[in-house]
Structures are given as C-alpha cells and as structure tokens.
Ligand binder design. Structure first.
Ligand code: THU
Length: 139
C-alpha cells in the first residue's frame, strides 16, 4: 500500500491529538495511535495505564478496538511517542497482525522530522496464526 503524504499527515495528526489524552501517570510515557480504515475514517487511541500496572492498555490496541467496534479493518496505523522511535510492543504487533499482517506502521514524534514508515511483516516476521499450520493440522 502506497500512503500519500497527506494521508500520513492526517494519521500522525490524529495520533498526536490522542497522545495528548494519554493516561500515563506511572510511566510518564505518553503514546498516541491512529488507525486508518478503508473508508477513510480514522480511529485513534492512547495508552491507558492502571495502578495495577499489568492492566495497562497500549494506545495501539485501544485505537484498533475502536475501529473493530465500528466494523472497520485497519489499512495503516500511525504511532506517536516522545521521540518517534518507539515501535509497537510485541502484544500489539500480534493483535494488529490478526487483521492486517502487513500493516504499514508510521512512527512519528511531536515534530515532523524523522517520520519513518515500516511494515508489520518487518516488525513481526513469524506471527502466530490460528490454527498453526493451517486448518488440516487442527486436532
Ligand atoms: N505503550 C504503548 O501504549 N504502546 C506500545 O507499543 C508500547 C508501550 C505504553 C504502555 C505504558 O503505558 C507505557 O507505554 C510505557 O510502557
């Protein structure tokens, strides 16, 4: 998928707006994510931390869940962090791959310098698929 610069700009803008609402009092590491649907709509999310720590939900999965609830599937996702260098965690990679194994992933910071575009296959080369090995191998 070839992402037009204007599309990347829209996605990064939405992810920055979501990041502003991140609830991250424990890590102080705010993350915003925005997922583009085939119909052009954008669904965003931020990380929501919890005092139990383990119940924290990442920005990427929150954005994806909002999109799935609206009946859409992701065609691209932008992730905004402090320096634009953080990649999605392993859990988020696997969850994103459920819907789009080769999803384009845009990484950005608060400035437009250094935006990079990656593919999910590059970040998660050996994803788990159910059933492993295909239908026939299921017991
Ligand atoms: N976080 C995300 O939102 N996305 C990621 O892919 C990695 C980590 C959040 C979780 C936690 O609130 C904070 O960043 C520090 O780990």
């Amino acid at each position: 998928m070839n992402l037009a610069p204007v599309t990347i700009g829209r996605l990064v803008h939405a992810a920055r707006r979501a990041r502003a609402n991140a609830y991250a009092p424990y890590s102080r590491f705010a993350v915003g994510a925005a997922a583009l649907a085939a119909d052009g709509r954008i669904f965003s999310g931020c990380n929501v931390e919890n005092g139990s720590f383990g119940l924290t939900i990442c920005a990427e999965r929150n954005a994806l869940a909002a999109m799935i609830a609206a009946g859409q599937r992701p065609v691209a996702m932008a992730i905004v962090t402090r320096d634009g260098k953080a990649t999605p965690c392993g859990a988020c990679r696997q969850v994103l791959a459920e819907f789009a194994p080769d999803l384009p992933i845009i990484l950005a910071s608060e400035t437009d310098d250094g935006i990079t575009v990656h593919r999910l296959t590059e970040l998660l080369p050996a994803l788990f698929r159910f059933p492993p090995g295909g239908e026939t191998s299921q017991k």
